[in-house]
Design a protein around this ligand. Structure first.
Ligand SMILES: NC(=O)c1ccc[n+]([C@@H]2O[C@H](COP(=O)([O-])OP(=O)(O)OC[C@H]3O[C@@H](n4cnc5c(N)ncnc54)[C@H](O)[C@@H]3O)[C@@H](O)[C@H]2O)c1
Ligand SMILES: O=C(O)C[C@H](O)C(=O)O
Length: 322
């Protein structure tokens, strides 16, 4: 990476490229540096924006107490040899839209940036954030032709974090004791799993009545839209950046964490040739294993319904691109 200064940089020289220096991308670059995980290349199509953001983040270095280098660029040459590439480039939705309305415009962007990134970082792991998430992850995987273990989408972390938050808020307990699990596609048909969502190991089905759980499930399913409707111009970016950063940490620190990730399925849960949110063991080689948990008939049917919607949109996107 061409150094933008003479400052000493951390000797663990992992390099993470973040493509798209908008709300999610720039916040993610900050998180990665602050947690001292890697040097960061922040790339955007707009001249000046990534350079300005990178300079601003470098000027926070002293207060943030890290010595990671963050460079901003419009040139893929600077991304060469990255360990992890994260794609956040693309439009966010506006109030009244659903994520699938971004299909046409974001498919073109995701494919274009993926082609350029893979040419410079053929050995990287790729994490997709751009919406509609599961469809974009599939398209990027098809475009770059890497093994499925090296390509994944971030959404389940965010949806599960939302469920976790709403459970903690409802019960008035510390979020540290709460764990939420949401599977499926990152859309209105996502599948929050109350039976697998717990407070200190106690399923929330033992702690709340059905009506309350249904209310929290519904709020989780529409958690993205709730923020889009409040903000009017753009969507959530802080929790999405933290969620993606946790995945980067699991990879770079080889943590073998069990996280909800949009992973490729080859028969697991009765689904094939699709990326969708499932419990996934994540380490330095990427997806180590898709973990199959027992689902009731209703839960499995909900996962399949969500998968059908993702599949339909993959087909639509492929037709548009063709
Ligand atoms: N998966 C998730 O859970 C999740 C969470 C939040 C946001 N998102 C999605 O992430 C995407 C980004 O959201 P945001 O809030 O950061 O949007 P944003 O508008 O703030 O930033 C998008 C950035 O992408 C850049 N860009 C556009 N085309 C590009 C190209 N060809 N090459 C390089 N950069 C390009 C833009 O210039 C802009 O800076 C959206 O699609 C949003 O829906 C997904
Ligand atoms: O809802 C959106 O459009 C952005 C993101 O997918 C989210 O869930 O916050």
């Amino acid at each position: 990476m061409a150094s933008s200064s003479n400052l000493p940089i951390a000797c663990n020289d992992h390099r993470v490229t973040v493509i798209g220096a908008g709300h999610v991308g720039s916040t993610l670059a900050h998180r990665i540096a602050q947690r001292n995980l890697a040097n960061v290349v922040l790339l955007d199509i707009v001249p000046g924006i990534p350079q300005g953001i990178a300079l601003d983040l470098m000027q926070a270095q002293g207060m943030d107490c890290h010595n990671r280098e963050i460079i901003g660029t419009n040139d893929y040459m600077d991304t060469t040899g990255s360990d992890v590439v994260i794609i956040t480039a693309g439009l966010p939705r506006k109030p009244g839209m659903n994520r699938d309305d971004l299909l046409k415009i974001n498919a073109k962007i995701a494919v274009e940036v993926a082609e350029k990134a893979i040419a410079r970082s053929p050995d990287a792991l790729y994490i997709i954030v751009t919406n509609p998430l599961d469809v974009m992850t599939y398209l990027v995987w098809q475009t770059i032709g890497l093994p499925v273990s090296r390509v994944m989408g971030m959404a389940g972390m965010l949806d599960s974090a939302r469920f976790q938050t709403f459970i903690a808020m409802e019960l008035g307990v510390s979020i540290a004791d709460v764990s939420g699990l949401v599977l499926g596609g990152h859309g209105d048909l996502m599948v929050p799993l109350p039976r697998y969502s717990t407070v200190r190991g106690i399923p929330i089905t033992e702690l709340m009545d059905e009506e309350t759980i249904d209310r929290l499930v519904d709020r989780t399913r529409h958690g993205g839209a709730e923020i889009v409707n409040l903000m009017k111009t753009g969507g959530a970016y802080s929790a999405p950046a933290s969620s993606t950063c946790a995945m980067v940490e699991a990879i770079l620190h080889n943590q073998s964490r069990l996280l909800p990730v949009s992973s490729y399925l080859d028969g697991e849960y009765g689904l094939k040739d699709i990326f969708i949110g499932v419990p996934t063991r994540l380490g330095c080689r990427g997806v180590e294993k898709v973990v199959e948990i027992n689902l009731t008939d209703t839960e499995l049917a909900a996962l399949h319904t969500s998968a059908e919607s993702v599949r339909k949109n993959i087909k639509r996107a492929q037709e548009m691109l063709a």
